[in-house]
Design a protein around this ligand. Structure first.
Ligand SMILES: Nc1nc2c(c(=O)[nH]1)N[C@H]1C(S)=C(S)[C@@H](COP(=O)(O)OP(=O)(O)OC[C@H]3O[C@@H](n4cnc5c(=O)[nH]c(N)nc54)[C@H](O)[C@@H]3O)O[C@H]1N2
Ligand SMILES: Nc1nc2c(c(=O)[nH]1)N[C@H]1C(S)=C(S)[C@@H](COP(=O)(O)OP(=O)(O)OC[C@H]3O[C@@H](n4cnc5c(=O)[nH]c(N)nc54)[C@H](O)[C@@H]3O)O[C@H]1N2
Ligand SMILES: [Mo]
Length: 764
């Protein structure tokens, strides 16, 4: 029996009763370290917590499952942050969800619980099966589970009726096997969480620079003269980035923040890794804060382009030698209309002039961004505009300069490198064919939004997820849940219980897997896996803890056994060997994926290795023109009807995507509840609401349909007028499935048109 956790899981039902105080102006420092250790201690006891956390991001330990921010060359004993500690605690918890738990709780009962409660029940210990018409999941032997999946897959009319989703925690080794399995089966239906995340960055960067990844290394950030952080909240979501910004600052960098909200971490940072930071006032990080309106960034960067061109402050040699399309862009930038720019951004001309002065004085510029730029209808044009701006000053492929899309999930970038993509490049498929001797499908597959439509319309019948929480993370909750319920079979490879396990197809399986913190032993001995961080560094991750249950299989083992169940001896792929020895997977990766030659040797070096990146390394741009491309998209920004607000759906400090750690959002001054809407006092007043009142958020979509999220406490907040904020996943009910970014098809979850209505007293 598992040892008892120190504290019982959360109460049921969860009391959501937010208390509000003024937002904080500084992040991290001693309180944050304390909160991290407290979270870990509650889940696994203080002794195990400390031992476990000492292994995070050390060269011989495991990669932090928190975020994709890279590890510095010189590591501290505690190379993690408060939120990394919480991520580790969630996985290393001593609480267990056993077959007995499922006997006590029917699926209907579990479907009424909050996501917070589900996640707090602990680690899943055995494969579980929900038979057609059954009310409870029941334990099922692994071999039977794989047979069940194989039977459903064989019963399909065509391979494209199956969908294989991936979340971003999956290791390179597991991801490579998963895409190989899907393609040997015959489909490119490989949607992933990236489709909802940085797809817009990838789309924009591939077209303009030829590589869909960031072009800076940690050292570039440390050496930059000017760093613009737009649409990102690192204090909560990438806390270790604050150490890098602090280091840059000490080296003389200027930092500009572009955000509708004043976020605590960016204002002032107390570094928990040095004594002064633990107790002192901390470093002021942001030199200039531009409080932009939601979706105003394209206009801002275009205005900067116009000012740079008018001032002749251009790197003309770079533009002539390395770029294409400057004339078209120049015309578009010079035509930018100031009234429109000010309307779109909500800024004063003087603010933009201040930023322009900093840009002119800077020898090297980095722009960092995350979901604030990627989740808008015009996200791809916005990020292309960031690239235009950087190209004007030759700020790509030069030390201290470049594009820095900051990735979310700890291996979301690596999964894509390994071929998790619904629109694979022909060269990648050719390499797979050459290596394995089968003909991979060429037809593009479904991304997340298209997969939901296919399930909704009955075109897809089996849904298989390698991690994640598809139902809660995806837009338009009601539509997505109904789509999922139409499936013949839904399968989730998971560590923890979540909503996607209880909103199921006719039959469902939960396949419990090892987490990254855990030891992974196979026939050839102890295994390790590898991950790629946000800056293209690949390194090993060695599990340290005993597995949560003796029945768990690793992700590579699950794919390998599934493949054997599905293909029998018809496969040309040595599936059993891959399970026994992950070196054999890496040998194949080294022959299929560019940049991975000698993978097994290089990944064993302390700290790992950096993948090649043409634009960064040699100003080589593998685009259609062979140059870096300027683009001249029309200027766009969200238009909001009179009396309506634009809602962004974002993260609180106590959550990891759909995993809820607790009910506080400390830096924003919110405690004890998540159903809050942050609004400008004037907007609240216009809707007849005061701070503390409860409101329904009513989404209005262009086709006339309405969506409602009921009972949110109104919080007066320093956000631009007309722009509101509330947490996802609760607000995913409001995001229409068809409201997506052009080109990347990413749900536009940072610009949802809503109105506020005083709540029905029943919901208070
Ligand atoms: N602790 C923790 N860490 C995480 C995660 C987590 O949930 N919890 N999630 C991980 C994942 S998968 C990801 S993708 C990242 C997400 O990291 P972030 O992108 O930082 O996450 P969000 O909470 O969505 O915050 C969006 C930020 O952009 C701002 N913003 C919104 N719209 C606009 C806009 O139009 N313009 C500008 N300039 N700013 C805007 C918001 O005010 C907010 O500060 O974090 C990763 N790390
Ligand atoms: N409205 C709105 N919606 C959003 C966003 C937003 O900003 N606003 N952000 C989007 C973004 S950026 C992202 S990345 C997606 C996230 O979408 P997902 O990646 O699908 O969701 P997560 O909540 O990260 O998944 C959590 C689950 O992963 C499982 N898990 C954890 N660790 C492991 C592991 O090691 N192996 C396996 N197999 N499973 C594991 C656990 O069961 C856990 O319940 O959500 C998107 N949805
Ligand atoms: Mo993400």
């Amino acid at each position: 029996m598992a040892p008892m956790a120190k504290k019982p899981p959360v109460a049921d039902p969860v009391q959501d009763a937010p208390r509000v105080s003024a937002p904080k102006q500084a992040a991290a420092g001693l309180p944050a370290v304390g909160h991290g250790l407290k979270a870990a201690g509650a889940q696994m006891g203080a002794g195990r917590a400390t031992l476990t956390l000492l292994k995070v991001n050390q060269k011989s330990g495991f990669d932090c499952p928190g975020c994709a921010w890279p590890e510095p060359e010189h590591r501290h004993t505690f190379e993690f942050c408060e939120n990394g500690a919480k991520a580790v605690a969630e996985e290393a918890t001593l609480r267990r969800v056993t077959p007995d738990f499922f006997a006590r709780h029917s699926v209907a009962d579990l479907a009424r619980r909050s996501g917070y409660w589900l996640g707090q029940q602990g680690r899943i210990t055995q494969p579980m099966y929900l038979a057609e018409g059954a009310e409870h999941y029941e334990a099922v032997p692994w071999e039977r589970a794989f047979e069940l999946v194989a039977d459903e897959l064989h019963a399909l009319g065509a391979p494209d009726e199956a969908v294989f989703y991936t979340s971003g925690r999956t290791s390179n080794e597991a991801a490579f096997l998963f895409q190989l399995f899907a393609r040997e089966f015959g489909t490119n239906n490989l949607p992933d969480c990236s489709n909802m995340c940085h797809e817009s960055s990838g789309s924009a960067l591939i077209e303009t620079l030829g590589v869909g990844k960031g072009s800076v290394l940690l050292d570039d950030l440390h050496r930059a003269d000017l760093i613009i952080v737009a649409g990102q909240n690192p204090g909560t979501n990438h806390p270790r980035m604050l150490s890098a910004l602090e280091k840059a600052k000490r080296g003389g960098a200027t930092i500009v923040t572009v955000n509708p909200l004043p976020e605590a971490g960016l204002e002032r940072f107390r570094n928990p890794q040095n004594a002064a930071g633990l107790v002192g006032a901390g470093t002021v990080l942001t030199d200039l804060f531009l409080q932009v309106r939601l979706g105003g960034d394209q206009a801002l960067f275009r205005a900067l382009g116009r000012l740079l061109i008018e001032a002749g402050a251009l790197d003309r040699d770079f533009i002539a030698e390395h770029t294409h399309g400057f004339a078209g862009y120049e015309a578009a930038a010079l035509a930018a209309d100031w009234d429109e720019v000010l309307r779109a951004t909500g800024l004063e001309r003087a603010d933009i002039d201040r930023l322009f002065a900093l840009v002119r004085g800077a020898k090297s510029v980095v722009v960092c961004w995350a979901m604030g730029l990627t989740q808008h209808k015009h996200a791809v044009s916005t990020i292309r505009e960031v690239v235009n701006f950087l190209l004007l000053g030759g700020n790509v492929g030069r030390p201290g300069a470049g594009v820095c899309p900051v990735r979310g999930h700890s291996n979301v970038q690596g999964d894509r490198t390994m071929g998790i993509f619904e629109r694979p490049a022909p060269a990648f498929l050719d390499a797979l064919r050459g290596e394995f001797g089968f003909e991979p499908p060429r037809k593009h597959g479904y991304d997340v939004v298209r997969a939901i439509r296919a399930l909704r319309d009955g075109d897809a019948k089996v849904f298989f997820a390698m991690g994640g929480n598809f139902v809660a993370a995806s837009p338009d909750t009601a539509v997505t849940e109904a789509a999922m319920r139409r499936a013949r079979l839904t399968v989730h490879v998971s560590t923890k219980l979540n909503r996607s396990h209880v909103v199921t197809g006719a039959r469902a399986l939960i396949l419990p897997t090892l987490g990254r913190t855990e030891k992974d032993r196979q026939a050839s001995g102890k295994q390790f896996v590898s991950v790629e961080d946000s800056m293209g560094m690949v390194h090993a991750s060695h599990g340290a803890l005993a597995p949560a249950s003796p029945h768990l299989l690793s992700e590579p083992a699950i794919v390998s056994r599934l493949a054997r169940a599905v293909f029998g001896d018809r496969s040309k792929v040595p599936w059993a060997d891959f399970e026994a020895d992950y070196d054999l997977i890496r040998d194949r990766v080294s022959r299929v994926v560019p940049g991975f030659d000698d993978f097994n040797a290089k990944v064993r070096r302390p700290g790992g290795f950096t993948l090649p990146h043409g634009p960064r390394d040699s100003r080589t741009f593998p685009t259609a023109t062979g140059k870096a491309n300027f683009t001249a998209a029309p200027l766009e920004y969200p238009l909001v009807p009179e009396g309506r607000l634009l809602l962004q759906t974002l993260r609180s400090h106590d959550q990891y995507n759909t995993t809820i750690y607790g009910l506080d959002d400390r830096y924003r001054g919110i405690k004890g509840g998540r159903r809050v809407v942050l609004v400008h006092p004037d907007d609240a007043a216009a809707a007849g609401l005061r701070d503390g009142d409860h409101a329904d958020l009513v989404g209005e979509w262009t086709d006339g349909t309405e969506r409602r999220a009921a009972g949110f406490r109104v919080v007066h907040y320093p956000t631009p007028k007309g722009c509101a904020a509330a947490y996802f996943p609760e607000t995913n009910v409001l995001v229409p499935l068809d409201h997506t970014a052009d080109t990347s098809n990413t749900p536009a979850s940072k610009s949802v048109v809503i109105r506020l209505e005083p709540a029905d007293p029943a919901h208070r």
